[in-house]
Design a protein around this ligand. Structure first.
Ligand code: AVJ
Length: 327
């Protein structure tokens, strides 16, 4: 049963949906038992990893965050026109709520539902939004992406709009992206909308540079996933014996990140011995990039219609407003 309580900030209503716990050991070992070893990108984000990601967004080569912020800041007024009055803005995986704050002055939604899997982080961020926007009704909901159909969305006369910035969609396989947007379409209903940040397909050199910054922050971020596993499984990865690899796979239209074993070695993970050949990799992330046509098709197949697209001056990154279409 979800329970509702008053959060740290009295203006925030908190609901804990008790997101299902996963068997992390089984998940990691399952990924390591495949011919191409894989690890979910969620293992990047312990506290150290979240800080490293913040640092990535400040690297000169990593354009997505800068580009998206610029678009949201410059186009907030136009975005507000699409939303209409009394909207309910719902943000799955809101994290620090940093992006939505660029919009709230212009959007003036009736309700903001901030949803994240990490309760502490969520309550903190939602509390900060409440202080900056004292008149906004804020719901903080601890839930994961599988629970979109159960969210306690407040009743309102305005439309429901899901805000999904940060190119988070890029981490989803095409099949997962389709399932996710279909669930979003169901959540927002026939009058609803979707405001989403999507990284664009582009010249390989720009993408390779963005995921191989000179300062080595992305490398540290990738390798930190192993340090994280050492702590939680536990495991005994020696990060000096692995190296960061990232490249654009043009056929699949995704940046792939890998952790390459620099020698033949054996690593103990939760009591199991895992062997690595020199040159073998753990595939640690996919970051899918979209052409306009590809995103347009994805929107259509999930019951949306692209109504507006905004980009930065170099057309590196796009923010789309999609409206629900009859399904
Ligand atoms: C947070 C998934 C949008 O794909 O660019 C940054 C993560 N990985 N550098 C991305 C990431 C390496 C990022 N997303």
């Amino acid at each position: 049963m979800p329970n509702t309580a008053t959060a740290i900030d009295p203006r925030v209503t908190y609901t804990n949906m008790h997101p299902p716990r996963h068997d992390l050991v089984a998940e990691v070992l399952g990924g390591f038992s495949q011919p191409q070893k894989t690890l979910s990108p969620k293992f990047f984000y312990d506290e150290q990893g979240s800080q490293l990601f913040e640092a990535i967004t400040e690297q000169p080569e990593y354009y997505p965050t800068r580009s998206e912020r610029m678009v949201l800041r410059n186009k907030a007024g136009e975005i507000a026109d699409h939303l209409g009055p009394d909207a309910t803005l719902i943000e799955p995986g809101c994290g620090s709520c940093e992006k939505v704050r660029l919009l709230l002055d212009a959007l003036q939604p009736a309700h903001y539902l901030a949803m994240d899997i990490s309760a502490d982080f969520l309550l903190n961020s939602a509390g900060e939004v409440a202080q900056a926007f004292p008149d906004l009704d804020i719901q903080a909901v601890c839930a994961d992406f599988s629970q979109l159909d159960q969210l306690p969305v407040p009743d309102s006369s305005g439309r429901r709009v899901v805000f999904f910035p940060g190119s988070t969609l890029g981490n989803f396989s095409p099949a997962m992206a389709q399932r996710f947007l279909s669930a979003v379409r169901h959540l927002v209903g026939d009058d609803g909308g979707l405001l989403i940040g999507v990284d664009r397909h582009k010249d390989t050199r720009i993408l390779d540079a963005a995921y191989n910054d000179q300062a080595g922050v992305t490398a540290a971020f990738n390798l930190n996933a192993l340090t994280h596993l050492n702590r939680i499984l536990p495991a005994d990865f020696d990060t000096n014996r692995f190296s960061h690899r990232a490249f654009y796979n043009t056929d699949a239209r995704r940046v792939e990140m890998h952790l390459r074993s620099e020698c033949d070695q054996m690593v103990h993970c939760a009591g199991e011995a895992i062997t690595f050949r020199e040159g073998e990799t753990i595939h640690s992330e996919n970051s899918y990039k979209y052409t306009h046509d590809q995103f347009d098709r994805l929107a259509r197949t999930t019951g949306f219609r692209v109504e507006s697209e905004w980009s930065d001056a170099q057309s590196l990154f796009s923010v789309y407003f999609c409206r629900a279409a009859p399904v």
